[in-house]
Design a protein around this ligand. Structure first.
Ligand code: NAD
Length: 325
């Protein structure tokens, strides 16, 4: 499978490293905000990361890089044979991911797209494009990161023991060495804090963000987040969205997780017993491992659907990710 990654920041670079250890998928295309790189035999993620780090864009990669003011449009205009893309882009503004999906539709591109989008209102925009994906022949799988993503799938699986699902509680712990590693992730998380909106978070300068993190000692406490796990579990018929809650703690100054990420689903069995299934991620698994692994697992599932002629919109709650060898 020939794979592209849109966005070459924290998750995009981790995605390239993940793919370098896979046999079934090859990274052939990558895009950042200033350019793109393409090689049908496979790109060297390390060489791209070097160009990004030292010169500010993968477009400067000497052999396969191309600079462009509109890199996604340039990539689409080049009409490259790519089976599927992982959209590791910031969703800033909150309409950005849906606008990128629209660009793929308008370009007449056919293939598979997966995102690791977080907000409910962002997923609603993609649901509104469902018929357009069908018409365009695009297989789009949304919410394929860790949460939404791996933990939403765990909730869908856990629900099977119950006749009625009462609550799904997702609590994540993220530890990163510094916020610059995952700029969009941290900026979007700030948009969830009480007193902030996503528009305010987007408008903050780097020094505003540093000042905020200085005040909190680098820790972000997030509660009752607007997270699309709710709409995806509701859409899959598992429970009403108000039964789903997501929160967590992000430490931006320490790669050790502040708490163990977990999903707890409580329900009633057919015998009338109330019980809780808990799915806990290993503390040694990083955010990048728990986002990029599922994203490619869902990309593989999407490619299987696409090859059988199915296009439209699916989510992490509708499909099982397929392990990429
Ligand atoms: P980042 O800021 O580190 O990287 C973003 C990349 O996108 C950069 O390479 C930038 O150059 C590129 N980019 C920006 N605008 C672009 C444009 N117009 N065209 C092409 N490229 C463009 O971001 P990150 O921290 O890796 O996060 C990526 C996304 O993943 C965020 O939306 C974040 O919310 C999401 N995320 C999801 C989960 C989950 O579990 N679902 C977890 C973490 C992060």
């Amino acid at each position: 499978m020939k794979i592209g990654v849109l966005g070459f920041g924290g998750l995009g670079q981790a995605a390239a490293r993940v793919l370098s250890q896979k046999q079934q998928m090859t990274l052939v295309a990558a895009v950042d905000s200033k350019g793109y790189a393409y090689c049908p035999e496979g790109l060297d993620g390390e060489a791209l990361a070097k160009a990004f780090r030292e010169k500010g864009s993968i477009g400067f990669e000497p052999t396969f890089g191309n600079l462009s003011e509109e890199p996604i449009a340039a990539l689409l205009a080049a009409n490259l044979p790519v089976d599927g893309y992982f959209l590791a882009l910031p969703n800033l503004p909150n309409t950005f991911m849906a606008s990128v999906a629209q660009q793929f539709i308008d370009a007449g591109w056919r293939g598979v797209l997966v995102d690791a989008i977080k907000r409910t209102t962002a997923v609603e925009q993609l649901i509104a494009l469902e018929k357009d994906f069908v018409r365009a022949g695009i297989t789009y799988v949304t919410g394929c990161g860790a949460t939404p993503g791996l933990l939403t799938a765990a909730a869908a699986l856990a629900a099977q023991s119950f006749s009625e699902v009462h609550s799904v509680k997702i609590t994540f712990g993220v530890g990163i060495a510094n916020w610059e590693q995952y700029r969009a992730t941290i900026r979007e998380d700030i948009g969830h804090l009480t007193g902030y909106t996503i528009t305010q978070a987007q408008a903050m300068s780097d020094s505003d963000i540093e000042a905020l993190l200085d005040r909190t000692n680098g820790i972000l406490h997030l509660e009752q987040m607007e997270h699309a796990d709710d709409i995806l579990l509701e859409r899959a018929g598992i429970c009403k969205r108000d039964r789903v809650s997501v929160g967590g703690v992000v430490d931006t100054r320490n790669p050790k997780k502040p708490l163990s990420t977990n999903m707890q689903l409580t329900g009633r069995t057919f015998e009338g017993k109330i019980s809780t299934h808990t799915f806990t991620l290993g503390d040694e698994t990083s955010m990048a491992a728990n986002v990029c692994g599922p994203a490619f697992g869902y990309l593989k599932a999407g490619i299987a659907l696409q090859r059988r002629g199915h296009s439209g919109l699916w989510s992490a709650a509708d499909l099982m990710p397929q392990f990429v060898g």
